[in-house]
Ligand binder design. Structure first.
Ligand code: FES
Ligand code: FE
Length: 435
């Protein structure tokens, strides 16, 4: 394989307990080029949720894996995913973010495509020769398109393993997040779309990093939480981390998990939450209901999806350049809860994760600061990610990041098979790799 030497960029010594990553992985355009072909073109990528295509004719457009996509629900109710690029001379056939339509008419020369992607009309059709085959000129479907419990994924590699196998052990944790919504969850219309002058892998690390929360997000813990009647010491007091876990799963997926604090809600919203809990107890039994409702988890699905259970958030991102990413985040909420509870969830979500909340601007500042300082990599060349090696990993350790980087290195080297993403048998929670 031509291009950058990957092997020396991740130094992983499980015996000694050292792990470091060279900072050129965050800045080198040749690395990003390889990431596009070896990672983003070969992994399942989150594209949307089935609740966004509820009725025949519904459609959404978005960028996934660097490509413009058009997702539709056709007249028979089947959901489809196409490249949103006209087969005539390339323009986007749909320029809206979402809506309901029977046909999509390209703005440029007015070719029209139906919900199944077929070319159904073009001005001046008689100008084309007999060799022009209209049937071959439909919108191009993405090579692979599958859903897991309503979450729609695409893959640009036609030979990828099926989605459930790819998700592997992560399914248990995704299920726990989705089961909280009872039978149905939905994406609330609207998204938070923002960008950051930082490498995409910094956001992977940050999204499963409990080590930074006390230092980076002091205002939230020391000021905001007491203001809304919560005791921050339950989260950040001495010993609070000991009940947490960092978990490396298969295929580079990973998560952090911590017990959830008692809710500060009162009145009817509190009663409604208690009702949800009673329903979960009944449906799943007390033990599983506790696994679902009593823990906060940040679940990382390799390579670029984060599910944040506390804020019921789905977040994905993609690199535009080595030092710039675009991020999209949606709220995934139970369908049938009251307006009041929904508003309280949104307040909670926006107060921390909103682009102007207490959390996200801090993180943007942290990550952009790292990226700027990588200019000194000739002198300060390595980032240390060894925290917690050799012990049962806590959420404030860095096993979950090492899991990502181990899979990253393997895929960048062209691996087809599984990768052991754990620190070693004594500290691993789950190491089975299925790809
Ligand atoms: Fe779409 Fe010409 S590019 S009709
Ligand atoms: Fe943060």
């Amino acid at each position: 394989m031509q291009g950058p030497q990957i092997e020396p960029l991740v130094e992983d010594d499980r015996e000694r307990g050292t792990f470091r990553v060279h900072r050129s992985t965050f800045t080198d355009p040749a690395i990003l080029e390889r990431e596009r072909s070896e990672i983003f073109d070969r992994c399942w990528l989150y594209a949307g949720h089935e609740s966004e295509l509820r009725n025949p004719g519904d459609y959404i457009t978005r960028k996934v894996g660097g490509r413009p996509l058009l997702l539709t629900r056709d007249a028979n109710g089947q959901r489809r995913a196409f490249l949103n690029s006209c087969t005539h001379r390339g323009n986007a056939v749909c320029r809206e973010r979402s809506g309901n339509a029977r046909v999509f008419t390209c703005f440029y020369h007015a070719w029209s495509f139906n919900l199944e992607g077929s070319l159904v009309g073009l001005p001046g059709e008689d100008a084309y020769s007999a060799a022009f085959d209209k049937k071959q000129m439909g919108l191009k479907p993405v090579p692979r398109f599958e859903s897991y419990r309503g979450m729609m994924f695409v893959c640009f590699d036609p030979d990828i393993i099926d989605l459930p196998t790819y998700l592997g052990d992560a399914r248990e944790y995704i299920d726990a997040m989705l089961d909280y919504g009872g039978d149905e969850v939905e994406i609330v219309p609207g998204a938070q779309a923002y960008s950051m002058r930082a490498n995409w892998k910094l956001l992977v690390e940050n999204s499963i990093d409990a080590y930074h929360v006390m230092s980076t997000h002091q205002r939230y813990f020391r000021q905001f939480l007491p203001d809304i009647g919560m005791d921050p010491n339950q989260w950040i007091g001495p010993g609070s981390m000991s009940a947490t876990r960092g978990i490396a799963l298969n295929n580079g997926h990973a998560l952090i998990e911590s017990p959830l604090l008692p809710t500060p809600l009162t009145g009817s919203a509190k009663l409604e939450l208690e009702g949800i809990r009673a329903t979960l107890d009944e449906k799943f039994g007390k033990e599983r209901a506790s696994r679902i409702a009593d823990y906060s988890r940040n679940i990382f699905i390799y390579p670029n999806l984060i599910l944040i259970s506390m804020w019921r958030t789905v977040r994905t991102f993609y690199p535009v350049s080595p030092d710039f990413i675009e991020i999209d985040a949606w709220a995934l909420l139970p369908e049938n809860e009251s307006q009041e509870l929904r508003e309280r969830r949104f307040e909670n979500f926006i107060s921390f994760l909103g682009p102007a909340g207490f959390g996200t601007p801090d993180d943007v500042s942290g990550l952009e600061g790292c990226q700027r300082a990588f200019a000194s990599q000739k002198e300060v060349g390595w980032s240390d990610i060894s925290r917690g090696m050799g012990r049962a990993p806590l959420a404030s350790d860095e096993l979950q990041m090492r899991a990502f980087w181990r899979r990253w290195q393997a895929m960048m080297l062209g691996a087809d098979g599984p990768t052991d993403c754990s620190d070693g048998s004594e500290t691993a929670v789950a190491t089975t790799a299925t790809q």
